[in-house]
Design a protein around this ligand. Structure first.
Ligand SMILES: [Zn+2]
Length: 245
């Protein structure tokens, strides 16, 4: 059986002299792993389309136990990412997150769009890295079913933009009267609004908000804390990204 879908290469591994195993985030079939057979013999166009961060149209053969890529037409290869080690390592983190959180054998169009937009912003240096990291972390969590409830205090339903506390454990906010748990984080001005924006806004407006740098740094610590708490996972690419900051 043959599949045809748009996808982004989010991981590549050499498996033999001439073969590679790649992981794709595809629009129609979610995350899938496929062999690139005879990688050195494959036409040069297909070669560049099967490297890490390559986005393209793939024709994929589904064999008995494995997928393999028959043909690849590159659409965008995000070459500029390779000029900046910090951008490169953040892009790798986005890809690892997508591989972890996106569905398998199911529609993943929203995930793909999010990661492609983030890679575009990253490669063209259009937003601060801390902002892109926060957007990808929190929006991916929202898509994957971990959306926090940021509307009002989880106990008394007070609605306020300021002086609220966020619980990464419960995925809820609390007002200063109701907060009890010491793991709750007091959110500075603007940070809660930004979190609401990332969770609730239409995808076309997702990247269009601004915050001062200190607030973005705070925001990205909160979204990271939330993601690590909820998934209970370690991400090697995140550790590497933080090690070079
Ligand atoms: Zn309350």
């Amino acid at each position: 059986m043959k599949l045809s879908t748009d996808g982004l290469i989010i991981r590549e591994q050499q498996t033999g002299e001439d073969d590679r195993l790649v992981t794709l985030l595809t629009r129609d079939y979610g995350v899938l792993r496929a062999f690139v057979r005879g990688a050195k013999r494959i036409k040069s166009k297909s070669q560049s389309a099967t490297q890490l961060f390559a986005y393209g149209n793939f024709s994929i053969y589904r064999g008995k136990d494995a997928y393999s890529i028959d043909e690849a037409q590159p659409i965008e290869i995000f070459f500029d990412l390779r000029n900046d080690i910090e951008a490169l390592s953040l892009a790798q983190y986005f890809c690892e997150l997508a591989g972890e959180l996106a569905p398998v054998e199911d529609d993943a169009g929203d995930y793909l769009k999010l990661i492609l937009n983030a890679l575009h912003m990253l490669s063209k240096n259009k937003r601060p890295h801390s902002q892109l990291k926060a957007i990808v972390e929190l929006r991916l969590m929202t898509l994957a079913g971990y959306m926090p409830d940021l509307v009002a205090c989880g106990d008394c339903e007070e609605f306020s933009d300021d002086g609220m506390f966020f619980s990464p454990v419960e995925g809820q906010i609390f007002c200063k009267e109701c907060v009890s748990d010491h793991t709750c984080i007091k959110l500075p001005n603007g940070v809660l609004s930004a979190m609401r924006h990332i969770c609730y806004v239409d995808s076309t407006k997702l990247f269009s908000f601004t915050l001062p740098h200190e607030s973005l740094d705070f925001l990205t610590q909160v979204t990271e804390n939330f993601l690590l708490t909820q998934t209970a996972k370690k991400f090697k690419t995140l550790d590497f990204y933080k090690s070079i900051l």
